[in-house]
Design a protein around this ligand. Sequence first.
Ligand code: GLY
Length: 556
Amino acid sequence: MFKKYTLVALLLLGFIAQASANSSVKTAIASAHPLATAAGFEIISQGGNVFDAAVAVSATLAVVEPSGSGLGGGGYWLVHRASDNKTRFIDGREKAPLAAHKDLYVDSAGQVINPRLSLDGAKAAAIPGLPAALVHLAEHYGKLPLARSLAPAIRHARNGFVVGAHHLSLLKNRANVIKQFPASRDIFLVKGQLPEHFAVLRQVDLANTLNQLARHGRAGFYANEVADKLLTAVQRAGGIWTTEDLQNYQVVEREPVVGNYRGIKITSAPPSSAGGIVLLEALTILSAYDLAKLDKLTQIHLITEAMRRAYHDRALYLGDSDFVSIPVQRLLSNDYAAGLRSSIRMDAVLPSKQLSGDVLPDSEGGHTTHFSIIDAEGNRVAATLSINFPFGSGFVASGTGVLLNDEMDDFVSHAGPNGYGLVGSAANMIAPGKRMLSSMTPTFLEDDKRIAVLGTPGGSRIISMVLLATLEFAKATSPMSWVKLPRFHHQYLPDVLEYENTAFTQQEVVALKGLGHSLQATANPYGNMHAAVLYKDTHTLNAASDPRGEGFATVK
Ligand code: GLY
């Protein structure tokens, strides 16, 4: 499906760059791909609102950043509508197939049958939520017909786009998996090899599937021709999806979690994501310290100790709230935070093994995507979308162009080791129709002067990245400083303080080791945060895309 039509691609980019917003209300959009940001503005220029733009950006990311999200995956859209002051969390997370059970990936002795089964191929795939969520957004929040908002994505799938270095490097990592599946190989590889730089990726089957969705709404994906092809392909490849799974899939609108950190209102993701609870718990622990008055070393130490405790509770308590009862109020209460704070020492770490509770390994992929949109009236969307690992399960259902997720791996499914070291409990065990716990943390921040929209991909590190960005927002800096901030992360287990090379000085590394932290520099920078802000007094906007990625942020 690749053609080296560089000229065509450049013309196409030129056309997109010209798509400008005519709307009198200015809008800020920041996403992981320039074509996705342009798609959002294209729809605004046709009279769409930020929610129509969110449909366009989500669908375009599914086409032009297939490593991170797609129709075969799911996601969360945190939305706020200014006209009725309504803030809702649209949970379009994938669900376990009805034939799934807690021992899906282990034998009768509890041993993992094959560690790749929850990562690669059809059996790793949960029931997609993204198509249903796009329909829901268009029907309940948008002004334009779904077909109009999907048009840019359909065009990019049909005409193609030039693949970037990010796509090629992730493809290289997953090529061995993609090679195993003919439909995937035909789309993403060229004669079984990696495409060249500046190759144009065309996805005609995906364009047709998007077209079915545009014409028939949810029945265009979850029933009829596309559903038949999905089921045939999945079942032939050893997957366990049924007609009922597709027919039954529903998005859920939830109340977001809301908290306060030193005058900043935080609105974030409730379960089935761990994001909002872990973020707010860490911030509530930290709220008793005036970080600005402390030296940098003490700040890093306290933030790390707050992360350790909040991620510990992620492991102990969190899962799909439609299936398990989660003590949200207690976890977010000031009294609870005070109890956790009382175990924090200024001169030493509390090793994670001294925090109690039975937990099992839980893994989480790091490749996801995020975009942020806000207009001058305060309408806004923070959306984090995923197919889990880069290129998901690597499995495209033949004839659909739909690359399926490997989100089943986000459940606690076995007692063996895993690549990410996250731990969980029975709350996140596989059950039929259950959503697997996520770390995706689409978030709004608001103080008396500003409203910000932000989030990032990055697996378990998502929450710590949003935490650091929130603390940076508290310093009243610009969106660029929130997204480019050097990062560090602690997730309770493994008991390691990970950091980007630029985050700590050598002196700080030595001093942190002296406090008992076990430090590890990450091999590469991580995350790809996109943020947008509305300044309340001037009604002006600003936006920023993480310099670590290839995204594009602008205001029109
Ligand atoms: N699969 C990544 C997440 O949901 O956090």
